[in-house]
Design a protein around this ligand. Structure first.
Ligand SMILES: NC(=O)c1ccc[n+]([C@@H]2O[C@H](COP(=O)([O-])OP(=O)(O)OC[C@H]3O[C@@H](n4cnc5c(N)ncnc54)[C@H](O)[C@@H]3O)[C@@H](O)[C@H]2O)c1
Length: 261
């Protein structure tokens, strides 16, 4: 077991990629703490982990709320004695052509996908620094480095706030790795390509989802979407001591996306 008794927080752990990470961490012996806003889904994921013999608890926290995060981290450390791993995974997107993006869309995406990562890391860092041990893994996206042709109003090209936030997460990873490295905390990033999750259909019609799957499949050298376990395996690498001398790194788990390569 690669994470035996490690205390691991996974934001957005109720669904999609975060859920796959939570399940894999638990199977590797971690005490998994799911942070999400979807109460029903997070309870279901925690129960699934417990049903498989793993350890999991779920907390309803909005990761854009700085003070709530500070209180939450205090509670976690009071209950578990430490916190070893943070996966900053919670994220949303709003596909809109550039000209139609208003203040509300911009703020919703940047608040969660960038500020949420910053606030969570800021809340956990003092405990990890005190322990002289910690692993922080940020989830960016292929859209943080590559661009996709804009074919229609709701296609993947229309991602200005999301792409801006995800690019910033890569740079934030590097700067936080530098600040926290001397305290024994590794900060790395995983940039997923295309994985089918609830996010895929969140702001698209079924026809748009079908088009998206086809476009994305053709854009990967491996010519298929990723499997959720493949993403979880990469996050596990950074969460475990297998990556003890790696920090500030972004690993693309995208089947060889042609808009990045
Ligand atoms: N699915 C993909 O192909 C893909 C590709 C690249 C990057 N990503 C990134 O991976 C991450 C996970 O995406 P996913 O596809 O699993 O999405 P998802 O929608 O399945 O899961 C996101 C989770 O975040 C939670 N969440 C939303 N707002 C929150 C908040 N304010 N506080 C706490 N939790 C909140 C949701 O309830 C949900 O459980 C995101 O950061 C996303 O940008 C996904």
């Amino acid at each position: 077991m690669r994470l035996k008794e490690k205390v691991a927080i996974v934001t957005g752990g109720a669904s999609g990629l975060g859920k796959a990470v939570a399940l894999r961490f638990a199977s590797e012996g971690a005490i998994v703490i799911i942070v999400d806003v979807n109460e029903a889904a997070m309870a279901e994921t925690a129960e699934q982990i417990q049903g498989l013999g793993g350890k999991a608890r779920a907390y309803k926290i909005d990761v854009t709320q700085q003070q709530d995060l500070r209180n939450f981290m205090e509670d976690v450390v009071a209950a578990e004695g430490r916190v070893d791993i943070l996966v900053n995974n919670a994220g949303i997107t709003r596909y809109r052509a550039f000209g139609g993006i208003g203040d509300a869309d911009w703020n919703a995406v940047l608040d969660l996908d960038l500020k949420g990562v910053f606030f969570c890391t800021q809340a956990v860092a003092p405990y990890m620094e005190r322990q002289q041990y910690g692993k922080i893994i940020n989830i960016s996206s292929s859209l943080g480095t590559g661009t996709t042709p804009h074919v229609g109003e709701l296609t993947a090209g229309a991602s200005a706030p999301y792409a801006s936030a995800k690019a910033a997460v890569i740079q934030l990873t590097k700067t936080l790795a530098r600040e926290l490295g001397p305290s024994g905390v590794n900060v790395n990033c995983v940039a997923p390509g295309f994985f089918l999750t609830p996010l895929t259909g969140a702001t698209r019609s079924p026809d748009e989802v079908a088009e998206h799957i086809s476009v994305r499949t053709n854009m990967a050298v491996l010519n298929r979407p990723g499997r959720l376990e493949e993403l979880a395996a990469a996050v596990l690498f950074f969460a475990s001591d297998d990556s003890s001398f790696v920090t500030g790194h972004t690993l693309h788990v995208d089947g060889g996306r042609t808009d990045r390569m």
